[in-house]
Design a protein around this ligand. Sequence first.
Ligand code: G3I
Length: 364
Amino acid sequence: MPPPVAAGMEQPPALEMASLAEKYRPYFAVGAAVDPQAFDTHGKLLKTHFNSITTENAMKFESLQPTEGQFDFGRADAMVSSAKAQNMKVRGHALVWHRQTPDWVFVDAEGKPASKQLLRGRLESHISQVVEHFKGSVYAWDVVNEAIVNDGTYRSDQEKEDIDKSRWHGIMGKSYIAAAFRLAHAIDPQAKLFYNDYYNYIPEKRQAIYRMLKSLLADGVPVHGVGLQAHLSIHSSPEPTHHGHFQTMGNLESAIELYVSLGLEVQVTELDVSVYLPGVKYAPEQYFTTESFGAKLREEQAKRYGELFALLRKHHRAITGVTFWGIADDNTWLSEFDSKRTDFPLLFDKQHRPKAAFQAVMGF
Ligand code: G3I
């Protein structure tokens, strides 16, 4: 058991750094979300440490069918081709989501809300064309993303504080969920079909997802797995009423065990560990910088990653993949909220060097 590297004393990039994917090959695939430039900008890390990719945005509805009937597979095909050239698996993300879906999908020719029948037809057309196009290249799909909200209810078109609405549910009710899985399976019976969501560690949400999946499975809907996005922070929220308060390994383990009890696979699909605590309001002068992201925080992040991967190894028989939502700290969605608020959520720093978190994940 090599001692963790003292934070701030990251090793210079070793010529032949131990590979994350190789270390975890006996346990599960290790992936990263990639943008179209990643195979150039982060090529060495991708090649060394990952054996799976998820296209961060290129396979979303707005990217593939920006206008009705006009499909644009170019960017996604290039990424799939690069992944195949490196024997990497490809996860498709995401067939149905309330975000990054063009407005035209939900309105009719007069600009009025689309009928249930019209929207059902568009759902069928999109999924059929997309799943057919990537058949044989994409081994797993995030079929439906984020259909349940934190209080355990279906995301709908009702006003709810801090909750994005779902026009899918607003027009079709929950029927869009089963329809999406059935359509995807009919086109590609080999693909593994996942329900993907975040904050699955919140008990109400965890149970609601369980009830939904149990009902779908009872109706013969082909769901094969659950995606735990796992956008985590270095600590749970100190505020007991904040959802981040439930962000504990115990709650994550309960979620894994609950979904496994349905006979489902589990994958971690969008892993990152933010240095900001959930529920805490940071003034700009409190934002972290490369300098202030110091030894203590690096060690706390390493500890969080270490305990998470110990949990994932414990359940590796049910966990078939762990995907990071990015490759290195120089390119993370968490630094895109606010140009001044940068985050440091991944295993490699802005110079692509391994952090204490990397050592913690590898050190077993
Ligand atoms: O493509 C446009 C570009 O034309 C335009 O110039 C540019 C500036 O406005 O925006 C570009 O679109 C951006 C898109 O990413 C592609 O880069 C959107 O503004 C931006 O909001 C979008 O952010 C993505 C976000 O989902 C959208 O909700 C993030 O990159 C992506 O990491 C994030 O990923 C989601 C998962 O899909 C689902 N789970 C949550 C996760 C984090 O939100």
